[in-house]
Design a protein around this ligand. Structure first.
Ligand code: FAD
Length: 503
């Protein structure tokens, strides 16, 4: 893995001086001066432009202030004014999962849909000894499966969509279909690259958490962020340093810092496992999605929120009026009017945050890789579970490769179970994009609008399109008015016309 500090913000007056030909190498080329100047706004009446200059003139004093304000006074949000960009090369898909677990950051990643894979994988340090042979064999077999499937799937899509074989752009699309389906064969040790941006507050927290991870690769990533960002902004990336941490809190910075729960305690809950066999599913479900909780009376809650933010009436009145609108049959017209200017590019308004939905989804690693990017939701995951079966791309079945894919999945599961005896967490590197896990996603209707627009859309990958269509179908049943325009971008105009042409 290679991590490169690609950028960070420095005071624009320094940039202007450099552009004017001045040698600025002795000036503080760090985002700390901006953060500290903003932090001083709270108590110092000087204009902020002067505060910025003061920080530039005495960067050591600025660093002392940053430390005092951010850590001693706990005014951590000022560290958000410092931003860093990183290039990350040769990182595994599994390590990307650990990185992207952190929601308040920005990521753009190599797509296995748009780029062909050439068998680049990482051998985890934890499995370098006795597990190495088995691991390498599994990786090689998976990559052979990919290499065999890709041209077959490409021919299949060319035959299926002959009108898309002439223009370069269309052909690239077809190649994308084949790549995105062939990649279900390969493992989470496959290498990726991404651009990553974070502010100093998030970066510091993320470094602490990465450095306490059981996987060597993930810990290395944390160390690299610390080395690179800590050198530029030592007063903001401070408490990721074990020595400073111990000085500040009087205890060691180690894995226990992140063990806020006791995983073993769960096994003491009587009957949890027995219960799995006894309880039959009674949550509403569609495909691999269950709706496990939702705001009762969700439409009333949305209408109540709309009334409240567009009037001077108190919440009780809005609740009563919302109920009356529903009983009188006028609620649909009311919500429709409110959505008159809705379009497929702009977010639904905040009032749609009044209705919440919680789903349990069984999804493939390929699908999880996409769903985890929806940051405005609460997501909880279980480990991948070989007992949950595998996801087969429909095209793989159509070309008759289902049995070979199943063999690849099953051999991988066997290798995983064996490798787990050596190192449970590192064994996950071997699992493929077709292995599955359970995930809880809690999202409000505003975020569901967004998920639906992007992921129910024809451009979306089929796996996440199916999952989001199931999520939306279940939510629409509970909140038909709130979600009346939550559709993929491609269907939006048609659905809106239908709605507005109704009497
Ligand atoms: C067809 C398609 C192809 C894609 N291809 C790729 C790809 O090749 N590589 C890749 O890396 N990703 C890809 N993505 C993922 C995409 O870039 C988004 O990460 C993902 O769809 C999540 O959506 P989102 O970022 O809009 O918002 P969410 O995280 O769902 O958040 C909802 C909204 O909140 C706001 N928001 C959330 N976080 C922030 C923030 N930090 N700053 C500002 N606003 C914020 C935005 O308005 C956002 O729209 C693809 C997505 C689609 C639909």
């Amino acid at each position: 893995m290679k991590v490169i500090l690609a950028g960070y913000n420095i005071d624009a007056t320094i940039i202007d001086r450099a552009k004017a030909g001045e040698d600025v190498s002795a000036l503080p080329l760090t985002p700390e001066t901006v953060s500290v100047a903003y932090a001083r706004i709270s108590r110092d009446p000087s204009p902020v432009t002067e505060l910025r200059q003061k920080s530039i003139d005495d960067v050591e004093a600025a660093r002392r202030s940053a430390r005092a304000i951010v850590f001693e006074m706990n005014h951590q949000s000022v560290a958000e004014h410092a931003t860093f960009n990183f290039d990350i090369l040769d990182i595994t898909r599994l390590c990307v999962e650990h990185l992207e677990w952190h929601r308040l950051c920005s990521y753009t990643e190599k797509s296995q849909r748009y780029q062909e894979l050439f068998g680049d994988y990482y051998i985890p340090k934890e499995l370098e000894g006795e597990g190495k042979e088995l691991f390498v064999k599994a990786m090689e077999d998976q990559n052979k499966m990919y290499a065999k499937a890709y041209p077959i799937l490409l021919d299949h899509f060319k035959a299926k969509y002959p009108h898309m074989t002439e223009k370069k752009r269309d052909l690239r699309m077809i190649e994308g279909y084949a790549k995105e389906d062939a990649r279900y064969a390969v493992g989470l040790a496959t290498k990726a690259q991404l651009g990553f941006s974070a502010n100093a507050r998030n970066l510091e927290y993320l470094i602490r958490s990465l450095r306490a991870n059981p996987l060597d690769e993930v810990r290395n990533l944390g160390d690299e962020f610390f080395r690179l960002a800590g050198a530029v902004a030592p007063s903001l990336i401070l408490l990721t340093d074990p020595i400073e941490y111990e000085k500040e809190f009087g205890r060691k910075l180690d894995e226990s810092h992140f063990q806020k729960t006791r995983p073993e305690a769960i096994w003491r809950v009587d009957g949890l496992l027995d219960c799995c066999a006894r309880v039959r599913a009674d949550f509403p479900s569609s495909g691999d999605v269950k709706l496990v909780d939702w705001t009762r009376d969700a439409d009333r809650a949305t209408i109540q929120a709309i009334l409240h933010s567009h009037s001077l009436a108190p919440a009780e009145t809005c609740q009563t009026v919302a109920g009356e609108l529903i009983e009188s049959g006028k609620a649909k017209e009311f919500v429709r009017d409110f959505l008159t200017h809705a379009n497929p590019w702009e977010a639904a308004t905040r009032e749609f945050e009044a209705a919440d939905f919680t789903f349990e989804v069984v999804l493939s690693a390929a699908c999880y890789g996409q769903m985890k990017r929806h940051r405005m939701s609460t997501q909880l995951i279980q480990e991948y579970d070989t007992l949950l079966g595998y996801t087969f791309p429909p095209s793989v079945i159509e070309v008759g490769l289902e049995d070979e894919f199943r063999g690849n999945y099953e051999r991988t599961s066997e290798a995983y179970l064996e490798l787990a005896n050596i190192h449970r967490e590192a064994a996950q590197y071997v699992l493929t994009n077709g292995h599955r896990r359970r995930m809880i996603i809690k999202a409000n209707a505003r975020e569901l609008y967004h998920i639906s627009r992007l992921r129910e859309d024809a451009h979306a990958q089929w796996d996440i399109r199916n999952v989001s269509a199931d999520m939306l179908a279940l939510a629409r049943e509970k909140a038909p008015l709130t979600l009346m325009l939550a559709w993929g971008k491609d269907k939006f105009s048609e659905k809106k016309n239908e709605l507005f042409n109704q009497p």
